[in-house]
Design a protein around this ligand. Structure first.
Ligand code: SUG
Length: 437
């Protein structure tokens, strides 16, 4: 069964808003200048690498920003230039939120369950909704729309989980799936930050109630579905999502010893899975191997792990930052001896890393049956020709450097729309953005 990846295309307004409490990189780079052109090209390089391994690769398109409708609804009157002027003077942080390029982290776009896991034998997707952070919550509407366009012909795209007090739904960033191979019914592990109605000192993003709701709507087999709490120590150390301290692909799961709140509960999950999945390979990284701080600092476990088509081997796509840590290099040298990982690839995605997004954050993973693959909307799937055309558009429309104050400048709105117009023409998508209506 094919493994298909959709990366979040970086928008022309990619910037460092310092918006994400608990995300150390976002907070430490807030208000620094960004390079939308470099960020977008770095993202395309990673997508091309995955495609070059023989995997189907697509993109989720950038969302339109800023959201003028939201500003009008908030009472900002006048034409768009006046509205931009007023909000940037009065509430700059509000503008940053409505101008975020955070939809580029497609792992947070939603949760995917392949048809083989679902009792009705139909693929299910739920777009994510982090109701507790404005810049992320505004993604869900266009994400839902886009997922309908891409996957609507194959299965059920549910509405996002509604806002739930202090937490929300972070999609695949807090979800692991294990199976012998992608086309065999598997085990789904939802990693949450406790009930939406409990507030702790650190920002726990994933509500237990949201995880339950997704599992129930996806009609997952309850005997093969698990829920486990993320360790507060890991969150405190900067692992605002579970995908910074654990990863899984087919029968392989790698996790840090401090990833889960109740290690004995994870032991039990491991035993249950291993008894039904004979080739399950759980690799624990102890603090002696690599301490939690280095796991978070390097984003080692946010690497993208893919199965190399027509082989039993896997390729791990790592952020180049891991090379700054000798303990990690040592651990990686031994990895092929203890796992199916036969290939290591390093990518430069620094622009994304500076906002807390590693290789795995940038992609949404879907496991489809061959018959379903043909029903996927191919307009969103990329090949060499489309990659090249996209790169040309980025060279034409994206700025080399974007300064925080540039968000106040209406010319960025125009440039963004020119790019999105050219992009929808390139992909033959018609009018999908609000400004095109
Ligand atoms: O939600 N950063 C994102 C990073 C998401 C990473 N995704 C995964 N781990 N799957 C976040 O915190 C920063 C935006 C800013 O500050 O400009 C931001 O939203």
């Amino acid at each position: 069964m094919p493994e298909v990846y959709f990366d979040g295309m970086v928008g022309p307004y990619h910037n460092y808003g310092g918006l994400s409490e608990g995300n150390l990189a976002s907070l430490s780079h807030g208000n620094q200048p960004s390079s939308p052109k470099t960020a977008a090209l770095q993202g395309i390089e990673k997508a091309k690498l995955v495609n070059g391994l023989g995997l189907t690769q697509g993109f989720f398109l950038p969302h339109e920003r800023p959201i003028f409708n939201a500003l009008h609804a908030l009472g900002f009157e006048g034409d768009e230039k006046q509205v931009l002027n007023k909000v940037s003077k009065k509430f700059p942080t509000l503008l940053n939120n409505l101008y975020s390029s955070s939809a580029m982290w497609a792992a947070n776009a939603g949760t995917f369950s392949p048809s083989v896991d679902c009792e009705d034998n139909i693929m299910h997707i739920t777009p994510a909704n982090l109701g507790s952070m404005l810049h992320r919550s505004i993604e869900s509407e266009f994400t839902h729309f886009q997922m309908e366009l891409i996957f609507g012909g194959i299965g059920v795209v549910h509405p996002p989980v509604p806002n739930l007090s202090y937490k929300g739904d972070e999609g695949a960033a807090n979800h692991l799936r294990m199976s012998t191979s992608h086309d065999i019914s598997g085990f789904e592990i939802f990693v949450h930050g406790g009930s939406a109605f409990e507030r702790k000192a650190m920002v726990q993003r994933q509500a237990l109630e949201a995880s339950y709701s997704v599992a129930a709507n996806h009609r997952l087999n309850s005997a093969k579905t698990f829920f486990i709490e993320q360790a507060p120590t890991a969150i405190q150390a900067g692992s605002f999502h579970n995908d910074i301290v654990s990863l899984a692909n087919e029968s392989l799961c790698i996790y840090h010893a401090d990833a889960f709140a109740f290690p004995e509960q994870f032991m039990d999950i491991k035993e249950q899975i291993s008894s039904q999945l004979p080739d399950a390979n759980f690799i624990e990284i102890s603090n002696k191997d690599i301490n939690l701080e280095d796991i978070v600092g390097s984003y080692l476990l946010n690497s993208q792990l893919v199965t190399i088509p027509n082989t039993d081997e896997m390729c791990l796509i790592l952020p180049q930052e891991v090379n700054n840590y000798s303990a990690i290099q040592q651990w990686l040298a031994n990895l092929p001896n203890i796992s199916q990982i036969a290939q290591l690839e390093y990518v430069d995605i620094k622009q994304s890393m500076m906002n807390g997004g590693g290789p795995a954050c940038l992609r949404f993973k879907a496991q489809l049956q061959r018959s379903e693959l043909g029903e996927l909307n191919s307009k969103f799937i990329f090949d060499d020709k489309k990659f090249e055309a996209l790169e040309n558009l980025i060279h034409k429309y994206y700025r080399e450097k974007l300064f925080p104050e540039d968000l106040q400048d209406y010319s960025l709105v125009i440039e963004t729309r020119e790019f999105l117009q050219a992009l929808t023409e390139l992909l033959d998508l018609g009018n999908i953005y609000a400004f095109q209506q």
